[in-house]
Design a protein around this ligand. Structure first.
Ligand SMILES: Nc1ncnc2c1ncn2[C@@H]1O[C@H](COP(=O)(O)OP(=O)(O)OP(=O)(O)O)[C@@H](O)[C@H]1O
Length: 308
């Protein structure tokens, strides 16, 4: 296990409802390095929040071990609390306070608060200080949660679905905030259902499925566990040759090839088209996306570990 890990879980399990209860997390091993953004992905109910709460120290593991900044986050709350920021999915703010009052009250509870105006500005709430929490939209409450999570200038930031429910512009704003935090060395663990967001932001990610990690690696490594695709159209009835290493499907004029070696297959296709004097219309060639890898895992029943 990596000694430079800021967050570390070994054989982590979490069960709800006692001995005969439900195992939401079933033996998770992961480590997050200093300064990295690690994304935890998974279908609804896969166990992301259940895992996060244990890593944050908000719940004890049923078994296994967790280290946050080298400490037990559940037993050593005092130590980790001043160094860690947390955005919960449902923050439960007092509804009668204004945004400014909520932020000021929170700033008094952290040891190294940034200026309240700065935290609100970073989270995209400038000009909303006097608005009561009950009058905020769902997206604005999310932003308030973000402002509080970064208030203490944390070394480690846990973000449970930070962009869920945000409009595209606000989502982009949060991405820029995340970029700035990473640039100052913050370590970030986030969950998201937006695969393009994970592909864009994450240094590494894990896909949880039914409480187990079934894929772990960089977004590119995980996408590469699925075959690449080449598509084009050609005159109906044109005979198409067998190509080593590729699966070819021709439906009318539309040809779809899947391959583990995109470059080699593409070369073969272009050589064949050249020798036949054919023009391939609508030609596309691309590696698999993270979304394709995710869907393959989600549809695969129990799933197998696909990368490490
Ligand atoms: N307090 C609880 N008591 C019993 N079961 C729970 C409790 N909290 C969560 N679960 C169950 O544990 C499983 C994992 O839930 P969890 O919230 O960790 O999933 P998730 O991956 O975060 O899902 P989502 O993407 O929908 O937020 C689910 O089947 C859920 O019903």
């Amino acid at each position: 296990m990596d000694d430079s890990a800021v967050i570390r879980a070994e054989r982590l399990t979490r069960r709800y409802g006692g001995r005969t209860g439900f195992d939401a997390v079933r033996g998770v091993d992961l480590s997050v390095r200093r300064g990295e953004l690690f994304a935890l992905l998974g279908t609804n109910g896969a166990g992301k929040t259940s895992t996060l709460e244990v890593l944050e120290g908000l719940a004890a593991p049923t078994s296994g071990s967790v280290r946050l900044l080298g400490r037990d986050p559940f037993r050593e709350r005092r130590f980790v609390r001043s160094r860690v920021g947390i955005l919960l999915q449902d923050a439960g703010f007092p509804m009668d306070l204004t945004v400014g009052e909520t932020a000021t009250t929170w700033a008094r509870t952290v040891s190294r608060p940034r200026p309240v105006g700065d935290a609100l500005d970073q989270a995209g709430l400038t000009g909303r200080e006097r608005v009561r929490v009950r009058q905020l939209s769902g997206g604005e409450r999310k932003k308030l949660g973000l402002a509080l999570a970064i208030m203490g200038q944390p070394e480690v930031l846990f973000l449970d679905e930070p962009t869920a429910g945000l409009d595209p512009q606000s989502r982009r704003h949060v991405w820029h905030l995340i970029d700035r935090l990473l640039a100052t060395g913050t370590t970030i663990l986030l969950t998201t259902h937006y695969l393009a967001e994970a592909a864009e932001l994450a240094d590494r990610l894990a896909i949880l499925h039914r409480g187990r990690i079934v894929a772990l690696g960089t977004p590119t490594e995980i996408a590469a566990t699925r075959p690449a695709r080449i598509t084009f159209s050609l005159p109906t009835g044109t005979p198409f040759p067998e190509l080593a290493g590729a699966t070819v499907t021709v439906d009318g004029s539309q040809a779809v090839l899947t391959t583990e070696d995109l470059q080699q297959t593409l070369e073969s296709v272009l050589r064949w088209a050249g020798s036949e004097g054919l023009k391939l219309h609508d030609l596309t060639a691309r590696p698999a996306s993270l979304e394709e890898a995710f869907l393959a895992i989600a549809e695969s029943g129990d799933g197998q570990e696909v990368a490490a």
